[in-house]
Design a protein around this ligand. Structure first.
Ligand SMILES: Nc1nc2c(c(=O)[nH]1)N[C@H]1C(S)=C(S)[C@@H](COP(=O)(O)O)O[C@H]1N2
Ligand SMILES: [Mo]
Length: 251
C-alpha cells in the first residue's frame, strides 16, 4: 500500500531542486515505461518471462510477523565513518545515486523518509535455511531512479554498502525489472520502528522476489551501470564473486 504523507517536494540539492511529479501509480513512472518499451522487441515467450517477474511477492498479515527478525551477515559495519554516523542517529547520512544517470544525486536520509512510502509485510528467505516475516516501510526505489533519470544504456543497479568482509565491501546488483518492481523499496523502517542497525540501518534494499543475500543492507551508494564486468569480480555481488552464488536468486 502506498500512502502519501504531506507534499512531494524537491528531492535533492544535487539536482537543483528537482520536482517530483508524485505519481501514486508507479507503473506510470517514466523509468518503468522505459523498461516496458525495451521489452517491445522481445518474443512472446520472453515477454511472458518479464511479465512473471512483475508479479507481486506474497504479502502477509500483522499477525504473521515474526516476534524477532533475526540479523544475518554483518550486523555492525566496522568502519569508523559508519560508526560516527550511527552515533549521530544518521542525522547527516546521505544516499548517493550516480553512474549512468542524468542527474547524480546526494539525497539526505530525511528527504527519503519524506517521500511517498510503501509498507509491506513479506517473508525473507535466506539460503542458509531460515525465514522471517517482517513489516518493511520505505521509499519505492522507482521514485529515486526517476529523480536521477537513468541513461538509456543503464541496465543494472549496483548497491554499495558500508560494511565489509575482510577487505572486500559488500555489494549487490539487480536489473531494471527488479529495480522498478512495485515492492522494491529502500527500507528505513522495520515493524513500525526505525530500521535497527543489525538489519541494515539507515537504508536497506528490499527486493522481495529474491533470496536474502540480494537485499543489500547499509546502502550508501547506488550506481547505474551498463554491465557488471567492472564491478569487483564481475559477477554482480559479494557472494556471487566469492562463493559462486547465483546472481539471479528468484523465489
Ligand atoms: N551489506 C550487507 N547486506 C547484506 C548482508 C551483509 O552481510 N551485508 N547479508 C545478506 C544476507 S545473506 C541476508 S540473509 C540478509 C539478512 O538480513 P537481516 O540481517 O535483516 O536478517 O541481508 C543480506 N544483505
Ligand atoms: Mo542470507
Amino acid at each position: 500500500m502506498i500512502t502519501r504523507r504531506g507534499f512531494v517536494g524537491s528531492i535533492a540539492a544535487g539536482a537543483g531542486g528537482l520536482l517530483l511529479s508524485g505519481c501514486d501509480k508507479l507503473n506510470a513512472s517514466p523509468g518503468f515505461r522505459d523498461v516496458l518499451r525495451s521489452a517491445e522487441g522481445l518474443t512472446l515467450k520472453a515477454q511472458r518471462l518479464v511479465t512473471d517477474r512483475q508479479a507481486l511477492a506474497r504479502e502477509y498479515g500483522l499477525g504473521d510477523i515474526s516476534p524477532v527478525f533475526r540479523a544475518n551477515g554483518n550486523s555492525m559495519p566496522a568502519s569508523t565513518d559508519y560508526q560516527r554516523h550511527a552515533a549521530a542517529g544518521f542525522a547527516d547520512w546521505r544516499l548517493t545515486i550516480d553512474g549512468l544517470v542524468r542527474r547524480p544525486l546526494s539525497v539526505p536520509l530525511d528527504r527519503i523518509r519524506q517521500l511517498p512510502r510503501r509498507t509491506q509485510i513479506t517473508r525473507h528467505d535466506c539460503v542458509e535455511g531460515w525465514s522471517a516475516i517482517g513489516r518493511w516501510t520505505g521509499a519505492p526505489l522507482s521514485i529515486l531512479l526517476d529523480a536521477a533519470g537513468l541513461h538509456q544504456e543503464a541496465r543494472f543497479l549496483v548497491f554499495h554498502c558500508a560494511d565489509s568482509f575482510g577487505d572486500t565491501p559488500y555489494y549487490e546488483s539487480i536489473d531494471l525489472v527488479d529495480a522498478f518492481h512495485p515492492q522494491t523499496i529502500l527500507a528505513w523502517g522495520l515493524n513500525g520502528h526505525p530500521l535497527p542497525i543489525a538489519n541494515g540501518a539507515p537504508l536497506r534494499l528490499r527486493v522481495e522476489r529474491q533470496l536474502g543475500y540480494k537485499h543489500a543492507k547499509f546502502v550508501q551508494r547506488i550506481e547505474a551501470v551498463a554491465d557488471l564486468a567492472r564491478i569487483h569480480g564481475g559477477k554482480g555481488g559479494y557472494w556471487e564473486d566469492s562463493n559462486d552464488y547465483a546472481w539471479y536468486a528468484g523465489i
